[in-house]
Design a protein around this ligand. Structure first.
Ligand code: RP5
Length: 202
């Protein structure tokens, strides 16, 4: 009961209605989530969500960083997107923005929020294999930078890791988790070498 009250207080303080996003942490989603969101994970459509969950999941499970997840379409409802981005909770330190096609969302956010780093994840919509979104994001004119990741799954995961690195600048606990994550990756190479002779023998 007390936890529920605390969660409600957090949501009230963050001013989160459904329209303003869903809080996600390692503990759960929405009312089950805990902590203040440090990263906004936003996208142009919920069709981008399966891709963006790769960023959300690495943030919450690998690094313990709560996120706010929000749909913002600068093609379908520009005014609502501006309203959301201008009124983010003060705890947000980094924005991850995904879109496909003529992907204007990350660049628009970089202009709206001079105070926040923006990481762009280009999505492959099929016709141009994501090159359209990649070029739309990476070719930002001078003054409103977007840190653009790779197209697709690797880009989404790397966006989560890059956002964690930004949060880690002011949080030694996250720095440690980044080191643990790096050690796990080294372990993978060690294990592959251990089984290499057997694999070559076939
Ligand atoms: C973009 O258009 C979205 O970010 C999405 O990648 C793409 C297609 O959206 P839906 O038609 O699937 O809603 O704005």
């Amino acid at each position: 009961m007390q936890q529920k009250q605390t969660d409600e207080n957090v949501r009230a303080a963050l001013n989160l209605g459904h329209e303003h996003g869903v809080l996600v942490s390692a503990e759960g989603v929405g009312e089950a989530a805990q902590g203040e969101p440090k990263v906004l994970v936003t996208m142009g459509s919920d069709s981008d969500l399966p891709l963006m969950m790769k960023a959300v999941d690495i943030l919450r499970y690998e690094f313990g960083i709560p996120c706010l997840v929000q749909i913002n379409s600068v093609h379908r409802d520009l005014r609502a997107a501006v309203q959301h981005i201008e009124n983010l909770p003060a705890s947000i330190q980094v924005v991850i923005a995904c879109a496909g096609g003529a992907a204007h969302l990350p660049g628009n956010i970089a202009d709206l929020r001079a105070d926040l780093p923006v990481i762009g994840v280009p999505r492959d919509l099929g016709a141009l294999k994501g090159i359209d979104a990649l070029l739309s994001m990476v070719q930002m004119p001078e003054g409103a930078p977007v840190a653009v990741m790779a197209i697709g799954d690797a880009g989404a995961v790397n966006a989560g890791i890059h956002a964690a690195k930004e949060v880690a600048i002011g949080d030694p606990a996250i720095r440690e988790r980044l080191q643990v994550y790096a050690e796990k990756r080294k372990g993978k190479v060690r294990r592959q070498n251990e089984t290499l002779e057997e694999k070559i023998k076939g």
